[in-house]
Design a protein. Structure first.
Ligand code: CP3
Length: 348
């Protein structure tokens, strides 16, 4: 079996034959194969049936020829064994049945055993290691802040007002929640690595809502705990956030062998801030996948030109693939990244 090493090599900052590429949310509603399965099962049902979760994970690997697979799951699954209730209402996004607002709420969150309470996730990983062949499998979890924001708000949010109000008005409650989540999420990530995940990504999708000073006080120690736990297992750890231009130095200190970059900052500028001793992942705007091919081509080329053939670049979007994205454009980007980085052709 031929092993695809380029993703893992790039994570370690080693030279590669061509730039590896995968996409956040590469499995999902933009794919007809996924929609067919979703007609029969809810999102949570897919996650809780390891064979189906494994099949959905494989869909983009087959259709796109990406260099890594990401386990099909959700950052909010640990909310279920915490006893807080999780539902994905149609058109509403995630909803938490019992949001956490007080110290008493934090104390009554159920302690859980990852291996038994989230065994379906580990089972999906074990199945996938058998079916993926040489394509590496990425496990993941949400970072404590991003998960805490859903637990405090009760669902998605734009302003994070309840979360910030807790931070500023009842910091002891916020710290207690973050402490508890950092333990649970560390265990969850380590269990995924034990089950066979060859790399992991920590999604701090909404941390860009905070200032550097608040990141330092309220976030860094807890993210660090989760990232360190995974790094101690000797697998690449990708630390991802959006809107993080002013937070990159602190995110680097918190940890991760690879830092995610979104499109708000040119890749070379972001990499300079982080330092070339770390690998980077990114950073095409997901909306560009709706543009005509010549425009996509120019933007893909621009990112590769900014990476400048330096070891340690993993091509990805700056955030997840959007619903209604044309599949052909996603596939075209995979081929472009491989072709341009192999030949360094000047298309401009
Ligand atoms: O292919 C993959 O990337 C793996 C699967 C994956 C899902 N969620 C499945 C999913 C991953 C990596 C996630 C992570 C996730 N979940 C994040 C972090 C990534 C990011 O985009 O910032 C967040 C914030 C969540 C929470 C979440 N889950 C939200 C806000 C929503 C609703 C959004 C929407 O588009 O409706 C979900 C639902 C969800 N999780 C879907 C998928 C494919 C939507 C599709 C469906 O309902 O079938």
């Amino acid at each position: 079996m031929e092993i695809n090493q380029r993703f893992l090599q790039a994570c370690r900052g080693e030279p590669v034959d061509v730039t590896p590429v995968w996409f956040m949310r590469q499995a999902g509603r933009y794919m007809p194969e996924y929609r067919a399965i979703r007609e029969k099962y809810s999102l949570i049902e897919i996650c809780q049936h390891p064979e189906i979760a494994a099949e959905v994970t494989m869909q983009p690997v087959r259709a796109l020829g990406v260099d890594a697979a990401i386990l099909f799951a959700d950052i909010l699954l640990p909310v279920i064994p915490l006893g807080l209730g999780l539902e994905f209402a149609k058109g509403e996004g995630p909803m938490i049945g019992s949001p956490v607002r007080t110290l008493e709420d934090v104390r009554t969150m159920k302690p859980f055993d990852t291996e038994s309470d989230l065994s379906y996730v580990m089972d999906a990983i074990r199945i996938l290691r058998g079916t993926l062949g040489g394509v590496p499998l990425i496990g993941f979890c949400g970072a404590p802040f991003t998960v805490a924001s859903y637990i405090i708000e009760g669902g998605s949010s734009r302003e994070f007002l309840k979360t910030k109000t807790m931070m500023y008005s009842a910091p002891e409650v916020f710290h207690a929640l973050m402490e508890k989540l950092s333990v649970v999420l560390s265990d969850y990530l380590v269990a995924q690595i034990h089950a066979g995940a060859q790399a992991v990504q920590v999604f701090d999708s909404w941390v860009g809502a905070l200032s550097p000073a608040d990141y330092e006080t309220f976030i860094l120690p807890y993210s660090q705990k989760v990232l360190n736990a995974a790094e101690a297992m000797n697998v690449p750890v990708i630390h991802f956030g959006t809107n993080t231009t002013t937070l990159l130095p602190q995110m680097k200190r918190a940890g991760g062998s690879v830092l995610g970059l979104d499109w708000r900052l040119p890749l070379d500028d972001g990499w300079k801030i982080i330092g070339h001793d770390r690998a980077v992942q990114g950073n095409l705007d997901p909306a560009l996948l709706f543009a005509p091919l010549p425009e996509i081509k120019a933007r893909v080329y621009d990112i590769l030109r900014r990476a400048d053939g330096r070891p340690g670049h993993i091509f990805n979007l700056g955030h997840g693939i959007l619903q209604h994205t044309p599949v052909d454009n996603v596939k075209a980007v995979v081929d472009m990244v491989h072709e341009f980085s192999a030949e360094k052709v000047n298309i401009l």
